[in-house]
Write a protein that binds this ligand. Sequence first.
Ligand code: FPP
Length: 258
Amino acid sequence: MRSFCLRNPKPREESLRRRVDAGRLPRHIAIIMDGNGRWASRRGLPRTFGHRAGVESLRQVVELCAELGIPVLTVFAFSTENWKRPQEEVNVLMDLLVEYLHREAQELERNGIRVHAIGRLDELPPPARSAVYEIMERTAKNERMVLNLALNYGGRTELVDAARRLAAEVLAGTLRVEEIDESRVAGALYTAGLPDPDLVIRPSGEMRISNFLLWQVAYAELWVTPVLWPDFRRVHLLEAILDYQRRERRFGGLKPHP
Ligand code: FPP
């Protein structure tokens, strides 16, 4: 006989949720939404079905982050390397983005979520670009949480763009080379003004950073799960947060004396 728990995941979610320390939440969670292709292949489906299923995981994670009071959630939705995929898959990903933004706009608005995007946004196809700029404008005043979409994003490209920006300021005479320090570099990144991620979640078991927020993850805690992104649910996010809260973060220093 199947247990009540299997049919109804809520009791497990509630018991995990009760254990979360609301005073020690990550200020920024970043997720590499990986494993969509494998999820689909295991079911004998085209890869794009995995991406479609992944949108529901995204919806659930955004909702729970807002409920818990996580200030920033960044999701890796499309990398600078993803253009190498078959054109049909790229088209589906762009269509899903537009669909998601149109369908969820009201809900995001209602929940006080500000949508932000990082990456070379001007290289996105026009419908995706307009949908992104539109939702950013529409939600600009929301303050409860930032949903940060990494789109046409690459960590190295971001560093190149930051270097160009700082070099241009030096050439213009508005910045001296000696003034370039960590905070100037951070301020020239796409994520300027956002806290660095405290927790990076990678589903599908890969132990890689994959060119994601290279500068910003310097001291982030990593949490990897074999669960594929389309199967990722609220309980998995709670497990990640609980594990994060058990970690001792030293930032290169020593454990404080009791
Ligand atoms: C990686 O899985 C996933 C992506 C390249 C795209 C992620 C996009 C979504 C979840 C769609 C929803 C996003 C928005 C913003 C609406 P993979 O295809 O590399 O999986 P694999 O490693 O199993 O092949």
